[in-house]
Structure formats: structure tokens, C-alpha cells
Design a protein around this ligand. Sequence first.
Ligand code: MF3
Ligand code: CO
Length: 260
Amino acid sequence: MIYLKTPEEIEKMRVACALTSRTLGEIARWVTEGVTTRKLDMVAREFISDNGGHPTCLGYEGFPGAICCEVNEIVVHGFPSGYTLRDGDIIGIDLVVDYDGFCGDMCYTFPVGNVAPEVMQLCIDTKESLNVGIEACREGKRIGDIANAVQTFCERRGYGVVREMCGHGIGRHMHESPEVPNYGRRGTGPVIRNGMCLCIEPMINLGSRNIVIDRDGWTCRTRDRKPSAHYEHTLAIVDGRTEILTSFEPVYEVLQDRFI
Ligand code: MF3
Ligand code: CO
């Protein structure tokens, strides 16, 4: 069932998403060569709790971190660990924050130092595919229109579009109906309506779309071990307009000229 939010609930979503965005900005300060992903997780936990929020991922079905750390070939759901970031890495930080009963969910893939040009281009194109998906997310259109827009944009550029993982509805729970795939046919799927809150999150591979899951049951990697990029925003459909509730502005403030 798709739960449509009241204006009061959407206002709470705005607040939760603003805290999520500020948390990602705080993490961005620490994303640099020599830092462990565990440190990034600690920064997230502290910032979220100092601001009265709760890290939704922590303990969710046993997930051991507040953030997912997606280094290079990790597509999604990487654990924070003792891994030390190195020059040339990319790292997606996927973060869900619960505040006053509602969740914000977002992801940004950061370059660390000098990243190979084709990997940088993968990040740029994946972020643009999120914008393309958002553009297709219009009241009265369908979920398949978003899915098809993302898929077409990415496959034209020769990338692999991950199929096993999807975007989703969001609200009191981080995962609600409907699923928002990154591939599909126009004019199919649920109609996009006022009161919906949706997460669009392209997970795009430099090589093939195939993935494997580690024996930890979580860590999702590209099968060919080529890099993968991931960006995500939380959106609300309000009065016929699509409002982007999360924001990359706090990240851009930190990255300055390094921002992509
Ligand atoms: N942002 C991720 C998602 O959209 C969060 C899941 S991480 C988990 O699915 F650990 F909580 F599962
Ligand atoms: Co999500």
C-alpha cells in the first residue's frame, strides 16, 4: 500500500531531510586520504545524536553501521570498517536519518584525491542520471517513467544499470511502497500522486550491471570488480510539484572546487 502523506507529515519529512543533508555535509569534511570508513561512521553517529536524530540503518536487520560505505566496486550496503581511504578511490556514503518519526535518505559518491577520468565521468553521469530521474518524477506520470529515464540515460553512455536494488517510498519507515527501479518501461507502474515521498537512487556500474553479495549477506559488489557510483535524493510530491527534500548544498560547501 502506498501511504500518502499529509502536509503536516511532509513538513516533518522536510525537517528530517534537512538534518540528513547537514549530516552528509559533516561527513564530507572527513572524506580524505588516510581516513577509515569507521571514522566516517563515528562522525555520522555523533552528529546525528547531537542533533536529536537517530541513524536508521544502525541495527536495521543487523546492519552494523550508521552509514553504508561504498568504496570503488562496492555498489551498496558496505560496512564501515578499518579500510583506509586511498588516493584514487571513490566512496559512496548512503545515509538514513530518523527525526521526530520520519526518515530522510540520501547518498553521495565522493572522489578521493586524483580519480581516473573514466571513473570521475561515471560519478558525473550517475549524478546527472539522478537529475534526469527527478525531472521525470511528475505528478500524474508513473514510476516506470522515472525508471525508464534513468535507464535510457545511463545505458546510452554504456554503463551497467543495477537491477537487483531499487529506490523506494519513504516516510515513517525508510522503505515504503512503491519500489522505484532504475530500469523499466514508460507508462508502467503506479501513478505518481500528491503526498507521495520517494527516493530515487541510481546505482550505476562502469562495467556490466551484474552484482554479487559477499558472505556477510550485505556487501554488494560489481561482479567484474569495476567501480560503481550511487547518488540519492528524497523527494515529495506537493501540490502537483516535485520538491527535493534532501540537498547536496552542505556537501558542495565542503567540496568547493573539488565538487562534481
Ligand atoms: N539508503 C539505503 C536504501 O535506500 C539504506 C539501506 S541500508 C540498511 O536502501 F542498512 F539500512 F539496509
Ligand atoms: Co534509499
